[in-house]
Ligand binder design. Structure first.
Ligand SMILES: NC(=O)c1ccc[n+]([C@@H]2O[C@H](COP(=O)([O-])OP(=O)(O)OC[C@H]3O[C@@H](n4cnc5c(N)ncnc54)[C@H](O)[C@@H]3O)[C@@H](O)[C@H]2O)c1
Length: 279
């Protein structure tokens, strides 16, 4: 099934995890790919895991090329609107058009009560997980409008925008904010046949969550929770018998939303959550 043949998709946070999976699956469906990522670690963010690397972004590109699709990569921090604009300008010039945007780049939170989060922690979370999404969209929308063929924008939010996880107020606020942005843009851009939707994954098997810092969000009862402790807690949140989603589960939804099969779907918050929201 190559229902995206001839289209071009722009994906942020594409070095690994869900972003890499989205790049590969959109390519498998026929799209050429613009894959960007910060592509270096920033220890001062104080995350319990490293960010994506240049090598990982290059591996994403290789896997797209193996599918006989064209790919352009760039090292871009979504906090830097000018850098996003410059990368997109040269990539669209090379690939000729833009049809699909997946605003996926994001960071995880540490478990801290809302009233103990520092201003720096709050601001960095909002800068990447909310303002970075807006900057991505702001840079991309003119190309979709100018293309005159409509388009599909998929914003990566989280189940944390649709239910409460204690200890991650800044992350949750950013992901709720993504929904406000998504709905507003869906309303504004519908006249151009540009659809805007958000995806809301449950826990996904990526480096962002598979680390000791994130395990503590799910096991506040344990001082040093293990992967098994985390998976037990994660599974208990689901109706379906799975501990964590695979990135491919989210990519399948992204490819659907990107395709004309979803041509009347805009402004929705799509959970991919193994029934988490039923509990
Ligand atoms: N893993 C989960 O359980 C889960 C659940 C729900 C939502 N999400 C969301 O899914 C998205 C993808 O996360 P993932 O699970 O693939 O994690 P991941 O850490 O494997 O991948 C995220 C990618 O984004 C990149 N990135 C981070 N900050 C960036 C910045 N400022 N500029 C550009 N790139 C940046 C990283 O380098 C990395 O390659 C995030 O928005 C995350 O919040 C994840």
């Amino acid at each position: 099934m190559n229902n995206l043949t001839g289209k071009v998709a722009f994906i942020t946070g594409a070095a690994r995890g869900q972003g890499r999976s989205h790049a590969i699956e959109l390519a498998r469906a026929g799209a050429d790919i613009i894959a960007v990522d910060i592509a270096h670690d920033e220890p001062e963010l104080g995350l319990g895991y490293p960010l994506g690397s240049q090598e990982e972004l290059a591996e994403t590109a290789k896997q797209v090329e193996n599918l006989d699709r064209r790919v352009v990569t760039a090292h871009v921090d979504v906090r830097d609107g000018q850098a996003i604009g410059a990368a997109l300008r040269s990539a669209v010039a090379e690939l000729g058009r833009l049809d699909i945007v997946v605003a996926n780049a994001g960071i995880a939170a540490s478990s801290i009560p809302a009233h103990e989060i520092t201003e720096a922690q709050w601001e960095q979370m909002l800068a990447i997980n909310l303002t970075g999404v807006w900057k991505t969209c702001r840079a991309a929308v003119p190309y979709l409008i100018e293309g005159g063929r409509g388009g599909s924008m998929i914003l990566t939010s989280s189940a944390a925008a649709l239910r409460v996880y204690q200890g991650i107020a800044a992350y949750s606020a950013a992901k709720h904010g993504v929904v406000g942005l998504m709905k507003t843009m869906a309303a504004e851009l519908g006249q151009h046949s540009i659809r805007v939707n958000s995806v809301h994954p449950t826990q996904v098997d990526t480096p962002m969550i598979m680390n000791n810092e994130t395990y503590k969000i799910f096991r506040p009862d344990l001082e040093h929770p293990t992967k098994e402790d985390f998976e037990e807690a994660s599974a208990s949140l689901h109706i379906l018998p799975v501990a964590v989603a695979d990135p491919l589960d989210i990519s399948k939804a992204v490819v659907f939303l990107a395709s004309d099969d979803a041509r009347l779907i805009t402004g929705i918050t799509l959970p991919i959550d193994a029934g988490l929201l039923l509990k």
